[in-house]
Design a protein around this ligand. Structure first.
Ligand SMILES: Nc1ncnc2c1ncn2[C@@H]1O[C@H](COP(=O)(O)OP(=O)(O)OP(=O)(O)O)[C@@H](O)[C@H]1O
Ligand SMILES: [Mg+2]
Length: 255
C-alpha cells in the first residue's frame, strides 16, 4: 500500500502547489509511481506546472465527486515532463486536476460535496494505479476536507514562510495535527531570505513547534520567473530548493 502525503499551509501562496509538483517529480525520478490530487477545488492550479491544459481534462476531481466517473478516469499521465529531463527515468506521475470551469467551481461552493467520498477516492486511486506515493495539494487554512485528509495521512507536510502571520497560523495547524494523531509531521520553510541565517531559522522554528524542519527553501527569483510553467527541481538539480526538497523526500521515504 502506498503512502499518503498531504501538503498544506495555513496561509495561501506559501508554495504548496509548486512544492507538491516538484516533490512528485523527484519521487518519480527515483523510479516511484506517484499520484497527485488537486483538492484545492475553489482555486485549482497544480495542472499548470505539468502543462496540462484545462480544456484537455475530460474528467476532473469534481466529476468523481458528482459520481460522473470513477476516480481513475480523472487521472492523467503527466510523466512526459519527467522524461523530458530524464529520458531513462522509470517512474510515473498521474495527476487528478480539479475543474477550471466557472460553473463547476461555483456549484461546489454552493452545494459542497461528500468529503468521505474524497477519502475513499484516494484509496481507490492508490490501489488502481498501484501508487507508491499519493500527494495531496490542498486549499489553505482550516477546512473540513483538509482535516479529514490529514487524519488519514501517513505524512503531513506543513509549509510556512518566515512571516508572523504564517507563524501564528502554523501553530494552529500543528495543534490540529497533534489532535488528529497524524503519524508524521514535517515542516518546510519556503521563501526564506538571508541564506547565512538558515541554520538559525531552522532551529528557531523547530523549537517553536517541536516539529522537525525538513528543509529551508530560499526565496528565489528564478522560481518566480518560471511562474509555475515547469518543474524547477528537474531544471535545476543542484539548486538549494531542490536540495531542500530532496531532504524532505528522505524523511517521507524513511517515515
Ligand atoms: N521559493 C520561492 N521563491 C520565489 N517564488 C516562489 C517560491 N516558491 C513559490 N513561489 C511562487 O509563489 C507563488 C505561489 O506559489 P504556489 O501557487 O505554489 O503557492 P500555493 O501555496 O499553492 O498557493 P495557494 O494557497 O494559492 O494554492 C507562485 O508564483 C510561485 O512561483
Ligand atoms: Mg496551490
Amino acid at each position: 500500500m502506498g503512502k499518503l502525503v498531504v501538503v498544506h499551509s495555513f496561509r495561501g501562496g506559501t508554495g504548496k502547489s509548486n512544492i507538491t509538483a516538484n516533490l512528485a517529480a523527484l519521487l518519480a525520478s527515483r523510479g516511484n509511481r506517484v499520484g497527485i490530487v488537486d483538492t484545492d477545488i475553489q482555486s485549482p492550479g497544480i495542472h499548470a506546472l505539468f502543462s496540462l491544459a484545462p480544456d484537455h481534462f475530460k474528467f476532473a476531481l469534481n466529476d468523481y465527486l458528482w459520481k460522473r466517473c470513477r476516480i481513475e478516469e480523472a487521472a492523467y499521465d503527466v510523466s512526459d515532463i519527467l522524461r523530458k529531463y530524464q529520458p531513462e527515468a522509470s517512474g510515473h506521475i498521474y495527476l487528478i486536476p480539479a475543474s477550471m470551469r466557472t460553473g463547476e467551481i461555483t456549484r461546489i461552493l454552493q452545494e459542497g460535496y461528500d468529503v468521505g467520498l474524497l477519502n475513499n477516492g484516494f484509496q481507490q486511486f492508490m490501489e488502481t494505479l498501484e501508487l507508491d506515493y499519493l500527494l495531496i495539494d490542498t486549499h489553505p487554512g482550516v477546512n473540513e476536507e483538509t482535516l479529514l485528509s490529514a487524519a488519514i495521512s501517513d505524512v503531513l507536510v506543513i509549509i510556512l514562510r518566515p512571516d508572523r502571520q504564517d507563524y501564528q497560523g502554523t501553530a494552529i495547524m500543528v495543534e490540529l495535527a497533534r489532535q488528529l494523531e497524524v503519524p508524521k509531521m514535517l515542516l518546510l520553510i519556503n521563501k526564506a531570505v538571508n541564506q547565512k541565517d538558515f541554520a538559525a531559522l531552522r532551529q528557531r522554528v523547530e523549537s517553536i513547534y517541536s516539529v522537525g524542519v525538513a528543509g529551508v527553501i530560499p526565496l528565489s527569483e528564478e522560481v518566480a520567473v518560471l511562474g509555475s510553467t515547469d518543474l524547477f527541481c528537474l531544471l535545476h538539480p543542484s539548486h538549494p530548493m531542490t536540495l531542500a526538497l530532496q531532504s524532505a523526500i528522505g524523511e517521507i521515504i524513511g517515515s
